[in-house]
Unconditional design. Structure first.
Length: 360
């Protein structure tokens, strides 16, 4: 019997990327593989798709170096930018692009001596108010980058939407307008759209799009499932039923005894818990899929196990496969029940979960 396993479907990955290309046919694609490719395996995912994307986006230099050392030769962009002066030698040596988003980075680049210039993407804060140069300071900042000997020309320009998953709000249109005003008559390539922007704002696809969660077959939009968007689930998180036993009405289950059965039933114990990254706060009633049907999680999640209510007339047996999310059980359903976004559910899996890669 196998404990927690994540089956990663390479064919679904490629299907989702094809969907991105259909939505943004005139843009090149930077696949976002930060945070261990959203929990799917950084190098394995990147190797699987490098022939169908134009580049990769990561958040940490360590991720970029891991890709280069695995033979990935596509563009790699460091989305959070470099953190210290020592990082720059690695950017030069391994030909890694970097976002430049603050005056501290600019001052380093104006004073350091590099063996050759690096490729920079200037980030303008159009309304996310996280990283990026403020619009009123952007032109002067851009001019200094233009004059910096350590920056390749032309300079690319990038920004990021804050609420593209809520198209009824006006903020995204404001951000597009702000971005358009700044990039006017500037050479270099431009990018602002991540997953929700790709889905909802075709006018903001520009030269590069940056799909993240949608590559992995999960929805970035409230009220819409991946299936609604024509995406296929890439990860199936599964484990094994390791116990089935009769449970008498009125008895409590698990740490704290917070769930009590109202009827005689049968309980199953599944070999997965918060030690594997399954959310400890998942409440009773969180759906689990077994033998063609949905059953509820009951009681508190333990480090290594969860308990599920199989029903009084079950034929389930020890060794049966149990699916926590995947093609048969959309991760959005788990997010809705737990209040934990699908991004976090995917990226919090621990190293104890065995990754298994399939093509089907």
């Amino acid at each position: 019997m196998k404990a927690a396993t994540a089956s990663i479907n390479r064919q679904a990955l490629r299907h989702n990327l094809q969907k991105v290309k259909e939505l943004a046919p005139h843009s090149r694609v930077i696949a976002i593989v930060k945070a261990n490719a959203y929990g799917h395996g950084l190098t394995e995912v990147s190797n699987s798709i490098q022939d169908v994307v134009d580049g990769f986006g990561v958040a940490r230099l360590k991720e970029a170096l891991a890709l280069r050392k695995q033979g990935i030769n596509r563009l790699i962009i460091l989305l959070s930018g470099f953190f210290e002066i020592l990082d720059l030698s690695f950017l030069v040596r391994y030909q890694i692009d970097t976002v430049i988003h603050c005056i501290e980075q600019l001052k380093i680049l104006e004073t350091v001596t590099l063996t050759k210039p690096i490729k920079a993407w200037m980030k303008i804060d159009t309304g996310m108010h996280r990283l990026g140069v403020l619009p009123q300071e952007a032109q002067a900042f851009y001019q200094r980058l233009q004059e910096c000997k350590n920056i390749q020309k032309p300079i690319n320009i990038v920004s990021h939407f804050s609420q593209a998953d809520e198209p009824e709000l006006p903020i995204t249109s404001h951000q597009i307008n702000c971005f358009n005003q700044f990039i006017k008559n500037k050479p270099g390539e431009k990018s602002i759209s991540a997953s929700s922007g790709i889905l909802v704002y075709p006018e903001a696809h520009y030269d590069w799009v940056r799909p993240g969660i949608i590559i992995y077959g999960a929805s970035p939009q409230k009220g819409k499932s991946a299936k609604d968007l024509g995406l296929q689930s890439v990860m199936t998180l599964q484990s094994t039923l390791i116990s089935v036993k009769v449970h008498v009405a009125g008895q409590r289950v698990g740490y704290g005894g917070r769930w009590c059965s109202k009827q005689d039933t049968q309980l199953g114990v599944v070999a997965i818990g918060y030690g594997d990254g399954y959310p400890q706060t998942a409440p009773s009633g969180t759906p689990v899929f077994i033998n063609g049907r949905i059953v509820p999680l009951v009681g508190n999640v333990s480090m290594d196990m969860i308990t599920i209510d199989l029903g009084p007339d079950t034929n389930d047996k020890v060794g049966d496969k149990v699916i926590l999310w995947g093609r048969e059980l959309p991760i959005e359903d788990i997010a809705l029940k737990t209040g934990i976004i699908n991004y976090e559910l995917l990226t919090k899996l621990t190293s104890r979960v065995v990754m298994h890669y399939i093509d089907e």
